[in-house]
Design a protein around this ligand. Sequence first.
Ligand SMILES: [Ca+2]
Ligand SMILES: [Ca+2]
Ligand SMILES: [Ca+2]
Ligand SMILES: [Ca+2]
Length: 292
Amino acid sequence: MRIRKRHMAPLIHPLTLLMITMLMFTGCAECDRRAEIEVSNKFDILSNSDVPDTWPKGFWRHHTIDDSSLGADGTRFGDINGDGLLDITTPWEQGGIVRVYINPGNKGLKDPWPQVTAGEVGDPEDSFFVDLDGDGHLDVVSACEGKTQSMFVHWAPTDRSKLLNPAAWTTKPIPFNSDAVRWMYAFAMQIDGKAGVDIVAASKYALQIDGKAGIEDSAVLGWFQSPENSRDMASWRRHRLLLGTWFMTLRPSDIDKDGDLDIVTVEEKGPYLAKGYQGKELGVIWYENPAR
Ligand SMILES: [Ca+2]
Ligand SMILES: [Ca+2]
Ligand SMILES: [Ca+2]
Ligand SMILES: [Ca+2]
């Protein structure tokens, strides 16, 4: 979401000013709201009408799928309703929601898409589709940074007719016995060849936040091991693979063509380096799967 600084102070009618002044001294909730407005007037979020129809002029035309929340982040595709058209899942980091958008097909493609809030979590940075319990219905996993620092599963309704009903979705955290970390990116991959599909996830360094997570071990690439019953959240286990600094995009790919999936990462050099990681080169990196 782009923001721009306002060029002009808003003109305020004298009566409006009087009302605001009166409200400022009443100590009511509306006062707080007014104060928020005063602060937010410093910035103006671009609305649809502010965005040019095409960019560069006359070329690419923009169509908004959803602009109703804040901080849209790692958008990913999947056909969640089985109609052959790719749908979208997007976490809204500042909005604290994870949404699924149903591709309406050619007729409605240029309008806002039908959508459902699959879950409400803090600071979701990434989300992706995966049928985690193997029931034939794609679920959504979200990875959170900020102060939340958790992974969540948003279990999809088994009744497809309820896909757009937020009450039919169930959000559960994946607990892990370790310091919390600021998760940046995650994807599904069968790691151990056992039980269900597992989750590979990576994070970025974290300063101490509310007494959680030090910088020395918070930037990690690791995986969450699915138990036999993936809905038994308490039985999920996390395994660390290695330390890093600030993992960005992750991709599974058999880079060396030996028959197992390796992991491709992009690692940014943050201001803090994890202990034992000083001097390691950062950039586009692939980690070879030791299975073969
Ligand atoms: Ca679809
Ligand atoms: Ca499922
Ligand atoms: Ca597994
Ligand atoms: Ca390989």
